[in-house]
Design a protein around this ligand. Structure first.
Ligand code: C5P
Length: 297
């Protein structure tokens, strides 16, 4: 039997970085939102654990996260990690879109089904949190508030679908490097520590339009600021860095407005990938992230 599922990307609709913790991580208050951009995973039984990818340049982080997720799940279930996993990579890596984390969560969901494990989402969530701060979100999808390292997830009701223009420059940004730069800048008082956040719990209301990692990312790569300005100039109601970058996304009032803006971005730096995607509501996420049998090739 071969199972297939989609691993969706996210943007951080807002991201407040509070203090640095004793364990070196930063305390976050963030809103994750899944978007209509996905990798595809195909999983089938095998004698060993193997991963193949259509993209020969499969980033080491992505590969590690899929393999680590498979091993962690097998260890938890006390079974040998036997599966052949094929990954069709469409989410750019090192882009702040959670590609590696999404793949890891999809691996947990896919192998739970393939191996017939009686684990609920809470049990998967514990394994997910050990794999990376963003991984638990990708078990829930839709819009969700993340606190702690970002691993404590509270799902929120879906807001109306929005259309985004994603600009992914031809360079990755390293998450540890961006957080380290932020810590450095805060120590030198170049940028303020965010005040305690007042993000609402269950009703969305007005939430902060901010990403506190932007000054750090922009200090590492000034192109990031240019891309945000480009989107604002093209009529975006907001333009933000996603996560620790390098992708920036602009929010538009309609699909037409997003496509129109994407077609006419003056001075777009060479090598920048442009994508127009809708936000992905939870029900659509859950349907398409659920592993389903496909014809064996
Ligand atoms: O949890 P994850 O492995 O994705 O985190 C990667 C790195 O990002 C951490 O090692 C840390 O440097 C930084 N980070 C942080 N605070 C967070 C999440 C990540 O400082 N809440």
């Amino acid at each position: 039997m071969t199972l297939s599922c989609e691993a969706f990307a996210k943007v951080n609709r807002s991201l407040t970085v509070l203090g640095r913790r004793a364990d070196g991580y930063h305390e976050l208050d963030t809103l994750f939102q899944t978007i209509g951009l996905s990798d595809v995973l195909e999983l089938r039984e095998a004698d060993v654990l193997e991963l193949t990818c259509d993209d020969a340049t499969l980033p080491a982080v992505e590969e590690n996260l899929v393999v680590r997720a498979a091993r962690a799940l097998a260890e938890n279930a006390r079974i040998p990690p036997r599966a052949s996993i094929r990954l069709v990579k469409r989410i750019p890596a090192g882009a702040g879109l959670g590609g590696g984390s999404a793949d890891a969560a999809a691996t947990l969901l896919g192998l739970r089904a393939l191996w017939g494990l009686p684990l609920d989402v809470a049990a998967l969530g514990k394994i997910a949190a050990r794999l990376g701060s963003d991984v638990p979100f990708f078990l829930a999808g839709g819009l969700a508030r993340g606190t702690g390292r970002g691993e404590r997830i509270a799902p929120l009701p879906d807001p109306p679908v929005e259309w985004l223009v994603l600009l992914s420059p031809p360079f990755a940004l390293s998450t540890p490097a961006v957080y380290a730069r932020l810590a450095q800048m805060r120590e030198a008082s170049l940028t303020a520590v965010a005040p305690a956040s007042n993000l609402p719990g269950s009703d969305l209301g007005p939430f902060p339009d901010r990403n506190d990692l932007e000054p750090a990312a922009e200090s590492l790569r000034q192109e990031v600021r240019f891309l945000r300005e480009l989107l604002l100039g093209a009529g975006a109601v907001s333009a933000r860095l996603s996560g620790s970058g390098s992708t920036v996304f602009g929010i538009f009032t309609s699909e037409e407005a997003a496509h129109g803006a994407a077609r006419g971005l003056p001075g777009l730096p060479a090598g920048t990938a442009v994508r127009v995607v809708p936000t992905l509501p939870r029900a659509d996420f859950l349907r398409r992230a659920t592993p389903r049998p496909v014809e064996d090739r």
